[in-house]
Design a protein around this ligand. Structure first.
Ligand code: ZN
Length: 208
């Protein structure tokens, strides 16, 4: 199992970090040791003083594939979830300044929190109209800090799968984090993070 992540996929988030709008999806990978499940608490690692939350829609791959055409990408998933791409922003900024890879800042232990998966049909409830037009948000200590609407993705989920599968063969059970909307910010010990997707609470866990 691997965790594939997309960076810079929402315009307003690119601007808040002063990054350039990419012509093709920015991809990075987290190892399986990055997984954090079951509302277990997230422990702030010693090597960072600036851990940021990035709430993201997560897709689970259900069949193997390589070089998947975009029009067939929808056949490769039927479950979605919500997750946090925890990022050591201070470490990432140091690495980026030197042009080095981001792994230490992005792939450390428990940096990929993922809630339980739900069927795609959940994304058609209420004001939501499927994976390309659904809403999610993150609450920190009861305040909404990030709001996402997948209509604002630069690359759709299907485009992401088509692009990623040109480089990395997809396997059953792989996870794809699809990028974060604006509003990323720090977490500290004692914070409580709650994620809501299409009106449904997906995760609710603490920072230690
Ligand atoms: Zn992210």
């Amino acid at each position: 199992m691997k965790i594939i992540c997309i960076g810079r996929n929402y315009d307003a988030h690119i601007r808040e970090l002063n990054n350039e709008v990419p012509e093709e999806p920015v991809i990075f990978i987290k190892p399986d040791t990055a997984l954090l499940r079951n509302n277990n608490p997230f422990f702030i690692p010693d090597f960072s003083n600036e851990i940021h939350h990035e709430v993201e829609l997560v897709v689970k791959i259900k069949k193997p594939g390589r070089h998947i055409p975009v029009q067939f990408a929808k056949d490769y998933y039927d479950e979605v979830s919500l997750g946090i791409d925890f990022t050591a922003r201070d470490v990432q900024n140091r690495l980026k300044a030197k042009g080095l890879p981001w792994e230490k800042a992005k792939g450390f232990d428990h940096s990929a929190a993922i809630a339980n998966f739900v069927p795609l049909s959940v994304l058609t409830e209420g004001e939501n109209n499927g994976i390309n037009d659904c809403h999610f948000h993150l609450e920190k200590n009861g305040d909404i800090v990030q709001q996402g609407h997948t209509q604002h993705m630069i690359h759709t989920v299907d485009e992401i799968i088509a692009h990623v599968s040109q480089y990395f063969g997809l396997r059953i059970g792989d996870y794809i984090f699809t990028g974060t909307p604006e509003g990323v910010g720090p977490v500290k010990s004692g914070d409580q993070l709650k994620g809501v997707l299409a009106g449904q609470t997906m995760f609710d866990f603490s920072i230690r």
